[in-house]
Design a protein around this ligand. Structure first.
Ligand SMILES: Nc1ncnc2c1ncn2[C@@H]1O[C@H](COP(=O)(O)OP(=O)(O)OP(=O)(O)O)[C@@H](O)[C@H]1O
Ligand SMILES: [Mg+2]
Length: 241
């Protein structure tokens, strides 16, 4: 995935300022930065939930169009997992996972259900298929959301602070699933406040500030010796507790 010179304005406010970022196949990139630095906006523009003011996003050599039928098809290549799980409350866990593949991809229902059960197994929820989301814990709901995104066979997965709405004891079970995906070779962009996770799982850390990518480095060198003053200041606040 190649993000080239993406700028995004909300009115007069520049939320993304000439952001360029390449994510190679199988690579895990962690995006960190202070609140308001543009991390969610970056995820949303990559998935075209927001239009861009300038720049382009190219996946597997194919530019994402601004709108239309082709966008809907290409958008399915990008799986997105948000802080809020956004599951359909009145549908079973299984239905939540099969809905998009059957409706958007026209996968036959038995086939989609078989795949959904495999994915539930993978995220450790094989026995929860018949439940409604409200009958699950937050960590379990987030794992359903991950299974739902994977059901579309995305080329890239975007995670926007997938654990920040969770109680501490549930964070690990979700991070374990994401780590497992990383190990399996999934290409991923993960916005996270979990510095330990970024350090151990990511191939690369991207630090954002004021809508810009300020620093990009391997986790070990970023966390031990950030190059910029802004990154040093950020790390000293998040690592101090
Ligand atoms: N729809 C919108 N309209 C106007 N401004 C917006 C909109 N969405 C985001 N912004 C602004 O853009 C900036 C970047 O927001 P964004 O949500 O990308 O930050 P973030 O890095 O994800 O922060 P956090 O860590 O709190 O999630 C913020 O100043 C925010 O107020
Ligand atoms: Mg955000």
């Amino acid at each position: 995935m190649r993000i080239s010179h993406v700028t995004k304005y909300y009115g007069d406010f520049k939320a993304l300022d000439d952001v360029s970022l390449d994510i190679h196949r199988g690579e895990v990139v962690a995006v960190i930065g202070a609140s308001g630095s543009g991390k969610s906006t970056l995820c949303r523009t990559v998935n075209r939930l927001e239009t861009v003011s300038a720049g382009s996003v190219v996946i597997d050599g194919v530019p994402l169009p601004e709108e239309g039928r082709e966008l809907a098809r290409l958008r399915a290549d990008v799986g997105m997992v948000f802080q809020a799980f956004n599951l359909f409350p009145h549908r079973s866990v299984l239905d939540n996972i099969t809905l998009a593949p059957t409706r958007v991809r026209k996968v036959p229902v038995p086939h989609a259900q078989q795949r959904a059960r495999e994915l539930l197994e993978r995220v450790g929820l094989a026995d929860q298929a018949a439940k409604r989301p409200a009958q699950l814990s937050g960590g379990q709901q987030q794992r359903v959301a991950i299974a739902r995104a994977l059901a579309m066979d995305p080329k890239v997965m975007l995670f926007d602070e997938p654990t920040s709405a969770l109680d501490p004891e549930m964070i690990t079970e979700v991070l374990d699933v994401i780590q497992d995906l990383a190990t399996s070779g999934m290409t991923m962009l993960v916005v996270t406040h979990e510095m330990g996770f970024a350090r151990s799982v990511a191939d690369r850390v991207v630090f954002m500030d004021a809508g810009q990518v300020v620093e990009e480095a391997e986790p070990a060198s970023f966390f031990s010796s950030p190059r910029t003053e802004r990154a040093r200041a950020f790390l000293s606040t998040v690592l101090s507790h």
